[in-house]
Write a protein that binds this ligand. Structure first.
Ligand SMILES: [Fe+2]
Length: 186
């Protein structure tokens, strides 16, 4: 279930949680983050290849592309048995920024974005059908959990793709990770 928890950056003791998609969209829009929920035009097999995945969402992708002019689009998948799952998880676990804005669409599975904006942390649990954008230079991190499972379309406006700049902050350690966040009640 898609879920947004907004917490003081000092810790998540007085957090507020939202599960209604329209409310989540409004809360995120207020900080310049785009959230949308897309329907696939047709049912996708679990092992669908990249072209089939992109084709299933062609209409929504073209509309988004017309607004942002992406330079490249690809599909990434991760399953818990991936030999580098732990290393890949670690790569995004510390707070960072990047010059390109990050846009991810969850074709399947889930992932948890943490957006550190002002004195708040927005924890956005994205699931199948969810699209989220992280504006350029927004401090954030991402957790896929100890048993990562997702298939995402990634949109890039720069040809270089993902170049992260780590802030050196240990803020991520003070927030629930994917495993504990997803095991909580809403
Ligand atoms: Fe990022």
């Amino acid at each position: 279930m898609t879920k947004l928890t907004i917490s003081p950056a000092s810790g998540d003791a007085q957090a507020e949680t939202f599960i209604d998609r329209a409310t989540i969209g409004d809360q995120l829009q207020a900080i310049g983050v785009e959230y949308a929920h897309w329907q696939a035009d047709r049912i996708l097999a679990d092992d669908a290849d990249q072209d089939t995945v992109l084709d299933a969402y062609r209409y929504s992708i073209s509309a988004l592309n017309a607004r942002y002019g992406f330079r490249s689009i690809d599909v990434v998948s991760l399953t818990p048995d991936h030999p580098d799952a732990a290393a890949l998880r670690n790569k995004f676990l510390a707070e960072h920024t990047h010059a390109d804005f990050e846009v991810r669409f969850f074709v399947d599975g889930s992932g948890l974005f943490y957006l550190h904006v002002g004195d708040k942390v927005y924890m956005v649990l994205c699931e199948r059908g969810d699209l989220i954008s992280v504006p350029a230079n927004t401090t954030h991190w991402f957790d896929m959990g100890t048993h990562p499972f997702f298939k995402c379309i990634r949109f890039f406006t720069t040809p270089d793709g993902w170049v992260g700049e780590f802030t050196g902050s240990d803020i991520a350690k003070h927030f629930p990770d994917f495993d504990s966040f997803t095991s909580r009640r809403a």
